[in-house]
Design a protein around this ligand. Structure first.
Ligand code: ME8
Length: 505
């Protein structure tokens, strides 16, 4: 188990706006979180993993209006696309939350009340800039050539509004961030947030009156809650808040890792911990901001018509290849450039040639020449013991914040095993030294098992097929049990081709 992490861990994706269909960006964070959750489980942790949809606010209301639909039926429809994507990705979160669900509305109103009761909400009026695309307020001096710093259009808003006393949390936030250097990751983002807070925090408008599509403020229902206060609360809703005694809340809060895109860092690393402090709740353990994907070198946007449909991509390449590519291609905190040629190349070289081929070569040879049984072995050489030990070492150094590097280490392991098999060439021994042939095949199969357990979080469909064929039960699919050896004589099933190579077109 990773020493710095609790036994029980809460892993979250952002909840996605339902103003439009999902795209590769919305699939990416979910895949990262699913892989991390699977890794944590293999490391012996209990994991609660959530994702869902963010359904209120002016942007969603406008999208519904443009579609000529009532907001509720519009969000029902679009949220379903996100749910479909989750099942298409063969992912089973502990909960898929929608912010229009009754328990969430109750939780958001309870959080508001807790903050209010502690004296951190007051009524005023907001006169300033608002960018609907970002659902964010901007100060005059933040604008760049009349637009938000993100490039979003801004409009002047003048309306009565409740405010959150964010300014009261400037010192506390800085102290918390500085005392917990791994709260905001990667380090560049930690520094960015520190600079932002040091620049001074103004009180934040947290209610709107000029549209209706939101959670009403209970004591003053002309106001709906600012969509970010509503949305962030979802992380508490799923754990049973406002019932702080509920089992999941007790177990998983604040042992939490929020994975987010870098675009929404300020909301998660400044506003969210301040809301929680104001309500007397603990602050989450980690916020990890990942980078952004471009498409063949261009920013992904609807107006450029270059969005990538994750469902079509999965249908073309298979979910394992897509997740492997996205996770292996770019280190988590960096920006990345999506390219089909890159995906095909990883699929062909790493998955089909190096790993898939190895598994197929060894298992089908065992099928034909060892009656489909785990072969016999004699004493292991130093080199063979090193090959086994690699699996143990890698399982111990698995790091959820450095997936790319971890996958690369597993690929190296595959490379070593391929080299061993090529050098030992068991196929040449079938008529001359059966005993040695079986021994080599045993070593190869045992190492394949170890490699496959390590790969499980990243290519779960193919890896499960292999482990099922080797009859490895769930308890043996843990990193700490990777050193439990296969038993000679046990039957193994045949394995089909795991990864079909694709042409580079
Ligand atoms: O911001 N590359 O929702 P959202 C990588 N509802 N990731 C990308 C991406 C890209 N090109 N585009 C989007 C919201 N993402 C709020 C969140 S949470 C309480 C509320 C990912 O639908 C990235 O994780 O705009 C980003 O943070 C998320 O999608 C935002 O999705």
């Amino acid at each position: 188990m990773n020493q710095k992490l609790n036994k029980d861990i809460f892993v979250t994706t952002p909840i996605y706006y339902v103003n439009d269909k999902p795209h590769i960006g919305s699939a990416y964070t979910t895949l990262v979180c699913d892989s991390v959750s699977r890794m944590l489980k293999l490391m012996g942790h209990n994991v609660y993993f959530m994702t869902g949809t963010d359904e209120h606010g002016q942007k969603v209301e406008k999208a519904a209006l443009n579609a000529g639909k009532e907001p509720q039926s519009f969000v029902d429809e679009v949220s379903q696309h996100f749910r479909d994507l989750v099942s298409h990705m063969k992912i089973s979160p502990s909960r898929f939350i929608r912010t229009t669900e009754p328990d969430h509305i109750k939780a958001a109103q309870a959080l508001w009340k807790a903050i209010k009761d502690n004296g951190y909400i007051y009524l005023g009026s907001y006169d300033g800039w608002y960018a609907m695309r970002d659902e964010a307020f901007y100060a005059e001096d933040e604008l760049v050539e009349g637009k938000a710093p993100t490039g979003a259009e801004v409009e002047w808003v003048s309306e009565p509004s409740y405010f959150f006393k964010l300014s009261a949390f400037q010192d506390k936030l800085l102290e918390h961030i500085q005392n917990n250097p791994d709260f905001i990751q990667p380090t560049s983002k930690h520094n960015e947030v520190v600079r932002f807070i040091e620049g001074g925090l103004k009180d934040l408008s947290i209610s709107r009156t000029t549209f209706k599509w939101g959670i009403p403020v209970e004591e003053d229902p002309k106001h709906v809650m600012y969509v970010w206060l509503d949305a962030l609360t979802n992380y508490l809703t799923v754990l049973g808040y406002p019932d702080k005694e509920s089992e999941n809340f007790q177990k998983f809060w604040p042992n939490c890792i929020h994975f987010i895109g870098k675009d929404i860092l300020r909301f998660h690393a400044v506003y969210w911990p301040a809301f929680l402090m104001a309500a007397g709740l603990d602050v989450p353990q980690h916020v990890y901001a990942h980078g952004w994907w471009t498409n063949e070198g261009q920013k992904i946007s609807k107006s450029l018509g270059n969005t990538i449909d994750p469902i079509a991509l999965i249908d073309e390449f298979g979910i394992d290849a897509v997740r492997y590519y996205l996770l292996r291609e770019v280190p988590l905190g960096n920006d990345g450039n999506f390219s089909k040629a890159g995906l095909v190349s990883r699929l062909n070289s790493d998955l089909a040639n190096a790993y898939g081929n190895l598994v197929r070569r060894i298992t089908s040879f065992i099928h034909v020449h060892c009656q489909g049984q785990v072969p016999q072995h004699s004493e292991f050489s130093e080199e063979e013991l090193t090959l086994f030990q690699k699996g143990v070492d890698l399982g111990q150094k698995a790091n959820i914040f450095n997936i790319t590097h971890f996958i690369d280490d597993i690929n190296q392991y595959v490379h070593f095993l391929n080299k061993y098999v090529d050098e030992m060439a068991p196929w040449k021994l079938k008529n001359t030294n059966r005993e040695l042939m079986e021994h080599i095949l045993y070593v190869a199969l045992e190492a394949i098992k170890r490699i496959t357990i390590l790969y499980l979080p990243f290519i779960p469909i193919a890896a499960s097929k292999v482990l099922d064929a080797l009859n490895i039960d769930d308890n043996h699919r843990l990193y700490e049990n990777i050193d439990l050896y296969l038993t000679s004589g046990d039957i193994i099933q045949e394995i089909d081709i795991l990864f079909q190579k694709k042409d580079m077109t």
